[in-house]
Write a protein that binds this ligand. Structure first.
Ligand code: ATP
Ligand code: MG
Length: 327
């Protein structure tokens, strides 16, 4: 029976030390991860969100045995990522993207032959498997071109092909659609869903909120090396206080007016920001009590008032959470 929990991280910390200066005596310490606890269940798409530098890639690398934690421990597919790394590696796939990790002087197909060899794909299945993954990522037509001629998006697709070549049970994707045009990004999301149907578990990081909302069963938000929230998209919406969002714009608001709005029933949060020459108040609302008309009535003294309601998006939730952390 396969274990239902495929990732179990406990108190994972990672400190980077970089040395500079005369004789490299200046040591800068960066605590990239400050005690991360996380579980991911078999068959889910788990999304990790967070600002630049939050520690997403560091965590992805630790869970995929590329980096070791400074302290804490992590089990992936029931195996310890440090002590049982060699056993774990053939069962997971990792797509970090970027410019590294591909051989530029040879073709996409030759790259994949090399990795098939490295991953131990049986010889008699190799050619068919390579054709299959090239097809799945949409690179069949470019299969025999040298990688140095590839665009950024084509390289990203080749990274993805390499990541699934050995049919891993668990796939780590660090920003899988970065640099892809909208059509390729959509095809990649389709491929991710197809992999889930094949029974693969996926751990992905992304900066695209709609992508996370569309794909992920559960999400965690990482901020400065710590997980600040972890739930389903619906759960995260509840966490920040509401499914409904009302936006109000005018040429400035008095503090008392903002207070009045804040006290309206069900209003859990009011954020004000400049929006061109106007000021925008964004209200997060948990119940159906306060309507746009109530808000309009509360701010009746303003002639030039715009009020509109929209559903709370994952992006709102994310910004609320990350902003709370910053305060
Ligand atoms: N090899 C390294 N040496 C020193 N510091 C590092 C190293 N790798 C990462 N860091 C630092 O660790 C922190 C987390 O970096 P990480 O790459 O994990 O962030 P991220 O969440 O993936 O960011 P992004 O969204 O920009 O990809 C940052 O402060 C970064 O500067
Ligand atoms: Mg990163």
């Amino acid at each position: 029976m396969p274990t239902p929990t495929v990732i179990e991280a406990r108190a994972v910390r990672r400190v980077f030390e970089s040395r500079k200066g005369f004789l490299f005596t200046d040591v800068t310490r960066t605590e990239a991860l400050r005690g991360v606890d996380l579980t991911v269940e078999r068959g889910e798409i788990f999304g990790l969100l967070g600002p630049n530098g939050a520690g997403k890639t560091t965590l992805t690398k630790i869970l995929s045995t590329l980096l070791i934690p400074t302290s804490g421990e992590a089990k992936v597919l029931g195996l310890d990522v440090v002590r049982q790394a060699a056993e774990l590696r053939p069962r997971i796939g990792l797509v970090l993207g970027g410019e590294r990790g591909l051989y530029y002087r040879v073709s996409a197909r030759e790259n994949l032959r090399y990795f098939a060899d490295l991953f131990g794909v049986p010889l008699d299945q190799r050619a068919a498997r390579i054709d299959e993954v090239l097809e799945r990522v949409g690179l069949s037509a470019a299969a025999d071109r040298r990688v140095e001629e590839f665009s950024r998006g084509m390289k990203q697709k080749l990274h993805l092909a390499r990541g699934i070549l050995h049919r891993p049970e668990l796939l780590f994707l660090d920003e899988p659609t970065i640099g892809l045009d909208p059509k390729s990004a959509r095809e990649t999301r389709k491929l991710i869903r197809a992999l889930i149907e094949d029974g693969v578990t996926i751990f992905l990081t992304t900066h695209y909120m709609f992508e996370a909302e569309e794909l992920c069963h559960r999400l965690a938000v990482l901020s400065k090396g710590q997980i600040v929230a972890r739930d389903t998209v619906a759960g995260l919406r509840r966490l920040v206080g509401g499914d409904r969002t009302i936006e109000v714009e005018a040429y400035g608001f008095e503090d008392e007016e903002i207070e009045t709005v804040r006290r309206l029933p069900g209003v859990s949060r009011v954020v004000s920001e400049e929006f061109g020459p106007r000021l925008r108040l964004t209200l997060r609302i948990a119940t159906s009590e306060t309507t746009p008309d109530d808000v309009r009535a509360a701010l009746a003294s303003h002639a030039e008032l715009t009020v509109r309601e929209r559903p709370t998006q994952l992006e709102d939730v994310y910004l609320d959470l990350v902003e709370e952390e910053a305060n």
